[in-house]
Design a protein around this ligand. Sequence first.
Ligand SMILES: Nc1nc2c(c(=O)[nH]1)N[C@H]1C(S)=C(S)[C@@H](COP(=O)(O)OP(=O)(O)OC[C@H]3O[C@@H](n4cnc5c(=O)[nH]c(N)nc54)[C@H](O)[C@@H]3O)O[C@H]1N2
Ligand SMILES: Nc1nc2c(c(=O)[nH]1)N[C@H]1C(S)=C(S)[C@@H](COP(=O)(O)OP(=O)(O)OC[C@H]3O[C@@H](n4cnc5c(=O)[nH]c(N)nc54)[C@H](O)[C@@H]3O)O[C@H]1N2
Ligand code: SF4
Ligand SMILES: [Mo]
Length: 732
Amino acid sequence: MNSVSRRKFLKISGFSVGALAATSAFSPMLKGVDKLNKEKLKGIKIIPTYCDICFWKCGTLAYLKDGELWKVEGNPKDPLSKGRLCPRGTGGIGAVTDPDRLRSPLIRTRQRGEEVWKEVTWNEALNYIAEKMNKIKAQYGPESVASFSHGIGGNFLKHTLKAYGAINFAAPSFAQCRGPRDVGFELTFGEAIGSPERTDIENAKCLVLIGSHLGENMHNTQVQEFANAVANDASIIVVDPRFSVAASKAKYYLPIKPGTDIALLLAWMNVIVSEKLYDVEYVTKYGFGFEQFAAEISQYTPEWAYPETGIDPELIRKSAKEMAMHKPSTLVHPGRHTTWYGDDAQRSRAIALLNALLGSWGRKGGFYFPVSYSLPGYPYPAYPAPSKEKLDNPGRKYPFASEEITTGIREATISGNPYPIKGWFIYATNLIQALPNQDETIKAIQNLDLMVVVDVIPSEIAGWADVVLPESVYLERYDDLHMSANKTPFVGIRQPVVDSPSDQKPNWWIAKKLAEKLGLANYYPWSHIEEYLDYRLKAGGLSLARLKQEGIILGKDKPIYAEDGVPLEFNTPSGKIEFYSSQLQEAGFDPVPKFKRQEQAPSGYYRLLFGRAPVHSFSRTQSNRILMDTMGENEVWVNHDVAEKWGLKNAQSVRLKNQDGVISNKIKVKVTERIRTDCVYMVHGFGHNSKMLKGAFGKGASDSGLVTKYVIDPLMGGTGMNVNFVTFEMEA
Ligand SMILES: Nc1nc2c(c(=O)[nH]1)N[C@H]1C(S)=C(S)[C@@H](COP(=O)(O)OP(=O)(O)OC[C@H]3O[C@@H](n4cnc5c(=O)[nH]c(N)nc54)[C@H](O)[C@@H]3O)O[C@H]1N2
Ligand SMILES: Nc1nc2c(c(=O)[nH]1)N[C@H]1C(S)=C(S)[C@@H](COP(=O)(O)OP(=O)(O)OC[C@H]3O[C@@H](n4cnc5c(=O)[nH]c(N)nc54)[C@H](O)[C@@H]3O)O[C@H]1N2
Ligand code: SF4
Ligand SMILES: [Mo]
């Protein structure tokens, strides 16, 4: 196995502008750093804001040199970034200078998907949208305009749409991401994990990562805390079919057969219960249904799990004992992107139960109780009362869904049931790459009378829109206040650092103008977002002037652990930790998780797995020239033996073909021993086919295109996507 040294890893987590500049041929701004240092930072202005290259929202300091954007760094006052940005955040200024940016509003002139447009004024674009929205309202009702968005920038547009009467709003962060995890933990502890995760990685004495590939998954705070845990000699246990960066830090690495984690979790719990290694006092005091649970899992020995998982029973025992030894400061990380196989809420529940045995919920080095800053909302008029119900989950088909299901809205748009959806309003989510099965997304789009996309670049989803609205990037705009719950309460501001280069507008402006066109101006009593922000801040004893200056204002620290007096209360039906779930039982599901075998790959096919690279976010950074210069395409990881069997050489180009005959773009092979022989792996987000994305078009291959199959989680509607198999097409 290759191993990445601790020093190298720690360096990644502290990736600095210098490190990026050293590898960047594209960035004259970054290249100027050394010279400017010598000039002793003359003509420098520093403006605090927060990052938007992903949804972690790290506090950032933007530097202007003689009025020009120079660089961004972490804001040391920010509890999330602690003064450091991840490589993506550091390269975020490439979003401003991206030559492929959308410049003016566009209206489609030809058939959907043909990408033929005319440039129009904002007035024309908004009149066009308002007219279509009024028609939909008259014919079908306002509930027939649905909205997809991702991130805080969608807040004002949602406000406008709610004022119009829309009720169907969804984000891919639930049914394509963390939904199963949050539901699994809600069912067990009565509370979700949330974002940022309430994981006390830094203080964990033992950290178990099941697929969570921290170090490649670059969520800043978590990666910094992980580096600290490693430096503090925490025991790391990694379960992954691929030898990830995190695996190289592990005391125990378990190269699991994909899709068998529930079997491993049951066996771990079997060892911990049968050898009485659990936190007896905690379980006795807070647990519900422990006896039934213990009886159920007594059958799942490590020997039982071995043929399922491929993990040696001795390794299962040793790693279980390691976890027990460090309890309650053993954190079995709940993961984030957990939509894998369709049994994901139950897998997450098994992870929750393992944590419950170890007593880590509410404890230092386990799961803390997050705290947040609170400010009064803006006093808007009430929204109109809907005459229909949301349609993403008709009849509560998925009884434990706790947020809206994107793919449920898509399904209803295709079927017209329970009522027709005729408009999609899409903000900052590339549904073509984010939802499984692109054909279904396109089929739904074909049923629409209006599709609006607000984006910064001509993404694939923009390519299907009737109207494309170009947004100012985060360094050019205000957004809503940031008050994420975490270890320290704070309020942070996003504010403009530079002007937009062309006719791009911020989301709040678009939302407000559209409301005016729709005759809903009374929902915007403020004339500029600064008034809105100042109103809310003043209501909380602060002011916009102060926050603009300071960037982050900290609230008063509060206790976050049971040890410090936070009461352990559980918002479950029993008021306790549900080792046995009567709710699940009553709904016809397993009250204690059970293992079910996944479908296996046909001969000559390999399970397609995917994940993150440190320098890219999903499908949104592949036209950022600074980041592309660091990683310009993805590769497909292929085990050495598999490569030999197929005669594949390192760096050779191939195409991948999935079980439904879909063939990918060309992608280079990475021959490695760091992956099992039954799967292949690639970084998500590449393989763009929007021709207007000149810097990203045709670079690498898209996992999304190959994810034609998905399995819906019957508990909560999440779409398991690790259920596709690929083979190699050699004539590349
Ligand atoms: N096959 C596959 N599917 C996946 C995943 C996977 O790994 N593989 N991951 C899943 C996960 S975990 C998640 S969270 C989702 C993520 O799904 P999305 O949030 O949809 O992520 P992106 O594909 O990056 O799409 C973001 C879009 O926002 C646009 N954008 C960027 N900045 C701005 C801005 O400032 N303003 C506006 N208006 N638009 C902006 C980008 O250009 C891009 O079109 O995808 C899920 N789907
Ligand atoms: N740089 C960067 N960081 C990001 C993001 C980004 O786009 N770029 N996106 C952020 C978001 S929204 C999310 S949701 C997270 C996603 O990041 P995570 O939640 O950490 O990871 P996943 O995408 O679920 O999983 C990828 C890992 O799971 C392994 N894996 C695949 N199948 C199995 C299996 O059956 N069992 C086990 N045990 N492991 C398996 C893969 O080999 C891979 O190492 O990353 C976040 N951080
Ligand atoms: S984790 Fe990185 S990309 Fe995400 S907000 Fe923080 S610095 Fe930006
Ligand atoms: Mo995600």
